[in-house]
Design a protein around this ligand. Structure first.
Ligand code: MV4
Length: 494
C-alpha cells in the first residue's frame, strides 16, 4: 500500500494522514470548495477538488471519491468517521472498483447498522441485553402486551435509528399506544423504515464502550473501555479511559462480550461495542459502531497504540502483532471536544473567525485539530474545532492537566465549549466519578459559566483603564482594583 486517499476533512483527515506519513505511505486529500485552504489539503501529498461545500455534493458522492482515487493512483480509502464511514453501499462500491476500504466488510456494516440484526447476531453469543423484544413489532396490541410483561418504564426504539434518534420513553401503560404510533411515524419519516422494538428503560445508565480490533486472520482483541456518559442531546462532550467505575472483573467480562459481538459479524478493523451500565454495574449491549470513533485518542493514550496504524496494517492483511494478554492499561486519559458552540446559550452553534487561536502545550497534552488562527469555521459541517486530550499517571493528574490545558488554550472570535469543559472537570460529581448520562441535564446551568465571564470582563476593564491612564490617580478606577491578584485568581489569560 503506497498511497491512501482520505475521504474526510478537518481534524480526523489530518490525524489519519499523520499516521500514514509515519508509515511511509503517500496521502491524497479530497476537498470541497469550503475547504480549499484547509489544513488537511495542505498537509496531504496531493489534493483533489470534489465540488461544492454541501457534503451531499462533495464528501458524500461515491463517484467523486472513486474518481479521485483513479486520478491519483491511490489504492486504499480511509473514510474517517461520519460521511461515508458506515455506508455499506459505499464499502461495496470501493471493492467493486478494485480498491481497499480501510474498514470492515459491507456485510458487517449492514449487520451492525441495524439495531435488531445486531441484537440477533449478539444473541448467539449470550451477550447480556436489556429485556425487551428481539424482533420488530408492528402490532400495537401485541407490543403493549409485551411492554406489560417487560415492565414499565419502556423505551421504544427505531431499528434503523442510532445516536438516540427515534427513541421514546413510555412511563405508563396508558400512554403506550399513542407513543408507539408517534415512534413508528417518526421512524418512517426519519429513516424510511418504521420498524420499532421495545426495551426496558434503564433510567440512569452510564455509557461505556469497548474498542475492538480484528484482523483478516480471525484474531480479535479489545483495547478496554471508554466512558462517554458526559453528553448532551446524544452529543458526547467529555470522554475518558479507563472508566472510573469498572472493576477489573467487569472490565474483563465486558471486553470478552465485545470481542464476541465483533466475532458474531466476522469483524475486521477497528470497531466499538456500546454498552449501558446500570447502578448495580450490570452491563447491557446496545449497538456496535463500525468505524474509528472521534474519541479514539483516549484509548491510544492508555494503550500506547496508534489505532490508525493498526487499521492500515489490518487492511494490508497483516496479523495483529499482539495478543489480548500483551495489552494493559497504563495511566488515564481525558478528552474534551471543543465545539464552536455557546454553552451559555443552550450550546447554540457559533459561527465566525478564529481571531485568536493558541494551543495549550506541555506534559501530557495532545490536541487533534484542523484549524489555524485567522481561519473561519465553515457552517456546512460538524462544529467541532478540536479535541483536547490530556494524559496522566492517574485520573487526578489527567483532570488537573485538562484544567491547566483549558486555561492555556486561547480562542477568541468564537464561543466554545472550553469553559463548559472546565465546569465538568471541577464538578464534584465528575471528580468523584459518580455520574451518569444525565450529568449535563442534572448539574449544568448556563449561570455556572457567568462568573468566569464576569472575571474576564473585569480583567478587560482593568486593561482598558490602565491603557487610558498609565499613572493611576488616587481614587480612580485603576487604583481601586488590584490587577495583580485578579490575574493570579483567573489564569485564563497571560
Ligand atoms: C437506552 C437507554 C436506556 N435504556 N436503552 C441512546 C443512544 C442509543 N445508542 C441508545 N441510547 C440509550 N438506550 C435502554 N434500554 C438510554 C440510552 C441513552 C443514552 C445511551 C448512551 C449514551 C447517552 C444516552 C443518553 C440518553 C439515553
Amino acid at each position: 500500500m503506497k498511497k491512501i486517499l482520505v475521504a474526510n476533512r478537518g481534524e480526523i483527515a489530518l490525524r489519519i494522514m499523520r499516521s500514514a506519513r509515519e508509515m511511509g505511505i503517500q496521502t491524497v486529500a479530497v476537498y470541497s470548495e469550503a475547504d480549499r485552504n484547509a489544513l488537511h489539503v495542505r498537509y496531504a501529498d496531493e489534493a483533489v477538488s470534489i465540488g461544492p461545500a454541501a457534503s451531499n455534493q462533495s464528501y458524500l458522492v461515491f463517484d467523486k471519491i472513486l474518481s479521485a482515487c483513479k486520478q491519483t493512483g491511490a489504492e486504499a480509502i480511509h473514510p474517517g468517521y461520519g460521511f461515508l464511514s458506515e455506508n455499506a453501499a459505499f464499502a461495496r462500491a470501493v471493492k467493486e472498483a478494485g480498491l481497499v476500504l480501510i474498514g470492515p466488510s459491507p456485510e458487517a456494516m449492514e449487520m451492525m447498522g441495524n439495531k435488531l440484526s445486531a441484537k440477533a447476531a449478539a444473541l448467539k453469543y449470550n451477550i447480556p441485553m436489556v429485556p425487551g423484544t428481539e424482533e420488530a413489532i408492528s402490532d400495537v396490541q401485541e407490543a403493549k402486551n409485551r411492554a406489560v410483561e417487560v415492565g414499565f418504564p419502556i423505551l421504544i426504539k427505531a431499528a434503523a435509528g442510532g445516536g438516540g434518534k427515534g427513541m421514546r420513553i413510555v412511563d405508563r401503560v396508558e400512554d403506550f399506544e399513542e407513543q408507539m404510533h408517534l415512534a413508528v411515524s417518526e421512524a418512517t419519516s426519519a429513516f424510511g423504515d418504521g420498524s420499532v422494538f421495545i426495551e426496558r428503560y434503564v433510567s440512569s445508565p452510564r455509557h461505556i464502550e469497548i474498542q475492538v480490533l480484528g484482523d483478516t486472520h480471525g484474531n480479535i482483541v479489545h483495547l478496554f473501555e471508554r466512558e462517554c456518559s458526559v453528553q448532551r442531546r446524544h452529543q458526547k462532550v467529555v470522554e475518558e479511559a479507563p472508566s472510573a467505575v469498572l472493576t477489573p472483573e467487569i472490565r474483563e467480562q465486558m471486553g470478552k462480550c465485545a470481542v464476541d459481538v465483533a466475532r458474531s459479524c466476522n469483524y475486521v478493523g477497528a470497531g466499538t461495542v456500546e454498552f449501558i451500565l446500570d447502578e448495580k454495574l450490570n452491563f447491557y449491549f446496545l449497538e456496535m459502531n463500525t468505524r474509528l470513533q472521534v474519541e479514539h485518542p483516549v484509548t491510544e493514550m492508555i494503550t500506547g497504540l496508534d489505532l490508525v496504524k493498526e487499521q492500515i496494517k489490518i487492511a494490508r492483511g497483516e496479523k495483529l502483532s499482539f495478543k489480548q494478554e500483551d495489552l494493559a492499561i497504563k495511566g488515564h486519559a481525558v478528552e474534551l471536544r471543543v465545539y464552536a458552540e455557546d454553552p451559555a446559550n443552550n450550546f447554540l452553534p457559533d459561527i465566525g473567525t478564529l481571531q485568536t487561536y493558541r494551543l495549550p502545550q506541555g506534559p501530557g497534552v495532545r490536541v487533534d485539530d484542523g484549524f489555524e488562527e485567522g481561519m473561519e469555521i465553515p457552517i456546512y459541517y460538524d462544529p467541532m474545532i478540536a479535541k483536547l486530550i490530556t494524559y496522566g499517571k492517574n485520573r487526578e493528574e489527567a483532570i488537573e492537566r485538562m484544567i491547566r490545558a483549558i486555561d492555556e488554550y486561547q480562542i477568541t472570535g468564537i464561543e466554545t465549549t472550553l469553559p463548559f469543559g472546565k465546569f465538568v472537570m471541577q464538578h464534584e460529581a465528575f471528580t468523584s466519578g459518580k455520574f451518569d448520562t444525565h450529568f449535563v441535564k442534572n448539574y449544568f446551568q448556563p449561570e455556572n459559566l457567568i462568573e468566569e465571564k464576569v472575571d474576564e470582563a473585569f480583567i478587560a476593564a482593568i486593561i482598558a483603564a490602565q491603557l487610558m491612564q498609565q499613572k493611576p490617580q488616587q481614587g480612580n478606577f485603576a487604583s481601586a482594583v488590584k490587577p495583580e491578584s485578579a490575574w493570579k485568581k483567573n489564569r485564563t489569560q497571560f
